[in-house]
Design a protein around this ligand. Structure first.
Ligand code: HSE
Length: 322
């Protein structure tokens, strides 16, 4: 067995997430208590890296099980490679976060995997380093190492990435009256959905749009810092990314309008979509009413949709270490 492996097996679960929250493209993320991925790592020999990958769970058929394309396996390999650790591991992924709908699915697998390998091998890695490794795993699915899904999946709550080089990230505990409504349209999505949804984005933007987004992003962050859901919602308007992606989501404008009319504090595309997300002040508004209104907004343009009401989640947690 690898000289440094004091433990044989570790199981970690990491939550689904939403990224961007409107103006915070690649910056804001929020962990969601809606679904979890679970990664089990077991030391099976002295060397060889990630030797075996097994995937099961409700969405197993939708993710690759080879070590070079599975985001969990790639994230673990990155840790081993960079730290020069040789050990042979079996990785079992239980896939509970639905892929390709905007809930950070590939990031949840990578987040759980990095936390698991760090615990298993007792690596003394700072949280920001865990996020960095997980983002490298995420890159095989998204085509880009964005960290706004893996950060909340690891750290929990609301996260802000100030800088990518060097990576700098903080997390804040969301307000307790923050409700989240997810409206998930039943539309076909491309296989490399996030990569595709990034290709439609503008390469440069006008100064007026920068001013709009900075002001709105600051409101979102202040809303979390001051635990004020209405302030969060007022900040959720993006002049750059969502206008470019709106055409990928039939009914986008309708759903937005319907959600706000039903009392949502703010609405955004969840990550790269196509799920739409509304934030709701649970002290004032029934989230079920907002969910119905959002689905109605989709139905009006001929798209079937389902909604889920959820809350923010804590980050990845260790279930077994032995
Ligand atoms: N910030 C990323 C994007 C999140 O919008 O492309 C993808 O989940």
């Amino acid at each position: 067995m690898c000289a440094r492996a004091r433990f044989r097996r570790c199981v970690v679960e990491a939550p689904a997430t939403t990224a961007n929250l409107g103006p915070g493209f690649d910056v804001f993320g929020l962990a969601l208590d809606v679904a979890y991925d679970r990664v089990e790592l077991e030391v099976i020999s002295d060397s060889g890296g990630v030797i075996e990958v097994q995937v099961d769970g409700p969405y197993a058929s939708e993710v690759p099980a080879d070590a070079s394309r599975n985001t969990a396996a790639v994230a673990v390999s990155e840790v081993l490679r960079e730290l020069g650790i040789d050990v042979g591991l079996r990785l079992k992924l239980w896939k509970g976060v639905r892929p390709r709908c905007g809930l950070g699915s590939s990031g949840s697998s990578a987040a759980a995997a990095v936390v698991a390998v760090a615990k298993l091998l007792q690596l003394d890695l700072p949280p920001v380093k865990l996020v960095e490794y997980a983002a490298r795993g995420e890159a095989v699915a998204a085509g880009h190492p964005h960290a706004d899904n893996v950060a909340p999946s690891i750290l929990g709550g609301f996260t802000v990435i100030r800088s990518y080089r060097p990576l700098d990230v903080i997390s804040l505990e969301p307000p307790s009256n923050l409700g989240i409504v997810l409206a998930i349209p039943k539309i076909p999505v491309p296989k490399e959905k996030t990569k595709f949804a990034r290709e439609v984005l503008p390469k440069s933007i006008e100064l007026s749009k920068l001013v709009h987004n900075v002001g709105h992003a600051v409101y979102v962050a202040l809303g979390f810092a001051l635990k004020n859901v209405d302030l969060i919602g007022r900040g959720m308007d993006d002049a750059v990314v969502e206008p470019a992606r709106a055409k990928l989501i039939p009914g986008y404008h309708n759903v937005r309008k319907r959600a706000l009319e039903a009392g949502a504090s703010g609405v955004a595309i969840s990550g790269a979509g196509p799920t739409m997300l509304a934030v709701v002040n649970l002290n004032k508004v029934n989230p079920e009413v907002v969910g119905e209104a959002m689905c109605e907004g989709f139905r009006e343009v001929g798209v079937e949709a389902e909604y889920v009401v959820t809350r923010p989640s804590r980050g990845a947690r260790v279930l077994v270490l032995e």
